[in-house]
Design a protein around this ligand. Structure first.
Ligand SMILES: [Zn+2]
Length: 348
């Protein structure tokens, strides 16, 4: 992950008050001289007055004081187990089993699995698989061939990689390596009530709708992902896409029907089609979507398909929540999901 992407993610996690990040980093506010854990309930500062540090010691070395409200130095013993487990997995050469991990962390497999999952949203096995895929992506973007990137990332065979790749990359590794080669992509960045919105399209249709805090970061991430495509910004030309999306944000347009040009597995396609039929102002649970596509046991796969949606609003993945009403996650921050749903419910 690039430094900028990492910073952008940390800022998103701060905006979302993501408690799963507590213990992973702290953020400090230049104007107040105070540092907090990511989940601190205090009002959010402006992005440009925030600095990130790996831990409280670093923040204090830079002259910041601990927040009295969220007490960032008191990370629980439970969080420490998870931090230790993540460090072990991050630095491991090959695959680490749950039994091996539990022995090294000093916690029973059952408890470790539960704590880890609660803190990261993933089991240790899923976490390792996501890390490996991240390494493959980095290798492919650097121009490595698929085989080299695969072995460098610790995949034992091409079939294991392809099994994981279509789901996690939304495309085959070869296509990802090509980075949109041959495609011509036009994009626009506009201010919205939810922050900056980047809208990108090929000649065939929308390929990305994303939210972020900074236009520079949004553009950089787009260029990184479509590193081999020909990209140019043209806010006027993109009006025909941006217009309907903005109208939908304002509550004037009930259904966004725009041509899409996104790569998807058959499963993702099925889930995204179903999401497009959820009426504005309503929500569905992951389980309901799974039943609707005729695969009632695929609740987690549905959640992953929602999380990998490349086109916010056009595929309204924000309308899917957990069955207990909890908003669950959102690729562009749970705060934005909350605001979107509030706006939709108020205007429908
Ligand atoms: Zn605080």
């Amino acid at each position: 992950m690039s430094m900028q992407t990492e910073l952008q993610n940390q800022w998103q996690q701060v905006l979302a008050r993501d408690a799963r990040q507590d213990g992973r980093f702290v953020f400090a506010v230049r104007t107040t001289g105070i540092y907090c854990r990511p989940s601190c309930p205090s009002r959010r500062p402006r992005r440009d007055s925030v600095e990130f540090f790996a831990d409280p010691r670093e923040a204090e070395r830079a002259g910041y004081r601990a927040c009295l409200r969220c007490k960032p130095t008191e990370v629980s013993a439970q969080a420490l187990y998870v931090i230790r487990a993540r460090q072990l997995l991050d630095n491991a050469e090959g695959v680490v089993t749950l039994a091996q991990l539990s022995k090294r962390v000093g916690l029973s497999p059952f408890h470790l699995q539960r704590l880890f999952k609660r803190a990261t949203g993933l089991s240790p096995r899923e976490y390792q698989s996501a890390r490996r895929m991240q390494r493959v992506k980095t290798g492919l973007r650097k121009g490595e061939d698929v085989t080299t990137a695969m072995y460098d990332a610790g995949f034992s065979s091409p079939s294991r990689l392809y099994e994981n790749a279509t789901e996690q990359l939304g495309m085959t590794p070869g296509t990802y390596r090509r980075g949109g080669a041959g495609a011509s992509i036009t994009f626009a960045i506009s201010p919205t009530p939810l922050g900056r919105m980047l809208v990108a399209a090929t000649e065939r249709g929308l390929c990305a709708v994303r939210f972020g805090e900074s236009a520079t970061e949004l553009e950089r991430d787009l260029r990184e992902e479509f590193h081999a495509a020909e990209l140019h910004r043209d806010d006027a030309e993109m009006g025909r896409y941006v217009g309907p999306l903005m109208a939908s944000l304002r509550g004037e347009n009930t259904i966004v029907q725009l041509p899409l040009d996104v790569r998807a597995t058959a499963f993702q396609r099925k889930v995204w089609d179903t999401l497009q039929r959820i009426p504005r102002g309503q929500t569905r649970s992951y389980g309901e979507i799974a039943r609707q596509i005729g695969d009632p046991n695929a609740v987690r796969a549905v959640a992953r398909a929602c999380a990998s949606n490349p086109v916010a609003l056009a595929v309204p993945c924000h309308r899917v929540v957990r069955s207990d009403g909890d908003l669950a996650g959102y690729r562009w921050g749970v705060e934005r999901k909350k605001k979107l749903l509030e706006r939709e419910q108020a205007s429908s």
